[in-house]
Design a protein around this ligand. Structure first.
Ligand SMILES: [Zn+2]
Ligand SMILES: [Zn+2]
Length: 273
C-alpha cells in the first residue's frame, strides 16, 4: 500500500456496451481519486464488430478519449486504449481497426468461444466436470492462438472464465490441471515481448483473486516475462483504481521491480514505489 503512482490501465466508459459513464466523467473522477493516469479501454468485440456496431463505438471511444486527454493535460495521463475481444476469430477486421486508430495501448481478450455467448452467460451447473474441463481446455487454446497472433500489448484477464465458474458458481477448478496450456501461453508472451495483465476486478467480486492469480504471475516471471500492466476493469467511476495497489504488491511479490504502461504502443516501465 502507499504506492505513489497509480495507473489504471483497464477502464470502460459508456462507449462500451456494458459501460456506464462518459470518458470526461471517468477522467474527472480519476483525477479526484488521485490517480496518476488511466487507459480507457472500451470493449471492441471483433466477432460481432459490425453486427453490434463496434465499428462506430470504436471511433466514438477513441475521439472522446482524445477530447478528455486535451481537457486533462497536466492533471491526468490519459491513454487511448482498446480492449480487443476475440481478435483471432476475425483477424482482418482486428488488424484493420488497429491500423485505423492510433492507439496507445491494446488489451487482448477472449470473452467467448467461437459462436458461443460470453463466459458470463453460460449455465455452469449444467456442465459435467468433463464438459467443464473441455470448455477450459478450449478457452486456453484460444488464448494461446491469441498470444501467437500477438498484435496486442497486454493479455487481459487470462483466467477470465474463473470469475464465473469459481466466483459466481462456486465450482472448484484446479489450475494445475491446465499448467501445460498456461505455460505455453506465457512462453509465447515472453517470446513476443508481450505484457501480462493483472486484472484486479476479481478482488472486489466473488472470485476474491486477481485474474490471473499470483501463481500464474510468478510463473510468467520465472519464464522470463518482463512486462506487467495492472487494471481495475472499472465499468463505474467508483471502481477506478480499485485493487491497483494490491496488484502492485502482487507484482512485487512475484519478483517484478517495475510495472509497465504503453504510449504509442511502446512499453514504458516505471519502478514499483
Ligand atoms: Zn474483458
Ligand atoms: Zn474490460
Amino acid at each position: 500500500m502507499g504506492y505513489k503512482k497509480i495507473l489504471d490501465l483497464h477502464t470502460h466508459t459508456d462507449n462500451s456496451l456494458d459501460g456506464n459513464q462518459s470518458a470526461m466523467y471517468m477522467c474527472e473522477k480519476a483525477e479526484i481519486a488521485g490517480l496518476r493516469g488511466i487507459a480507457i479501454t472500451d470493449h471492441i468485440e471483433i466477432d460481432c464488430f459490425t453486427r453490434e456496431h463496434h465499428d462506430r463505438r470504436a471511433v466514438h471511444s477513441y475521439f472522446e478519449t482524445m477530447k478528455a486527454r486535451g481537457a486533462f493535460t497536466g492533471k491526468l495521463l490519459i491513454f487511448a486504449g482498446v480492449e480487443l475481444g476475440q481478435a483471432i476469430y476475425d483477424v482482418p477486421t482486428a488488424e484493420k481497426l488497429l491500423s485505423s486508430l492510433k492507439y496507445d495501448f491494446v488489451l487482448g481478450s477472449v470473452h467467448n468461444l467461437r459462436n458461443m455467448p460470453d463466459f458470463c452467460f453460460l449455465d455452469y451447473p449444467t456442465y459435467t466436470s468433463e464438459e467443464l474441463d473441455e470448455l477450459l481446455k478450449e478457452y486456453f487454446h484460444e488464448e494461446r492462438l491469441l498470444a501467437e497472433w500477438g498484435k496486442f500489448d497486454s493479455l487481459a484477464h487470462l483466467t477470465y472464465p474463473l470469475r464465473y465458474i469459481c466466483g459466481e458458481h462456486n465450482i472448484k477448478v484446479d489450475l494445475r490441471d491446465y499448467s501445460d496450456e498456461i505455460d505455453n501461453i506465457l512462453k509465447v508472451l515472453v517470446k513476443n515481448g508481450r505484457a501480462l495483465e493483472i486484472n484486479t476486478s476479481g478482488l472486489r467480486q466473488k472470485l476474491k483473486k486477481t485474474m490471473p492469480d499470483v501463481d500464474v504471475i510468478a510463473r510468467y516471471r520465472e519464464l522470463g516475462g518482463e512486462f506487467i500492466t495492472i487494471g481495475s476493469d472499472a465499468h463505474y467511476a467508483e471502481f477506478l483504481g480499485a485493487g491497483i495497489p494490491k496488484g502492485m504488491e502482487i507484482a512485487e511479490k512475484c519478483g517484478f521491480k517495475k510495472i509497465t504502461f504503453f504510449e504509442n504502443r511502446e512499453p514504458i516501465q516505471i519502478p514499483i514505489e
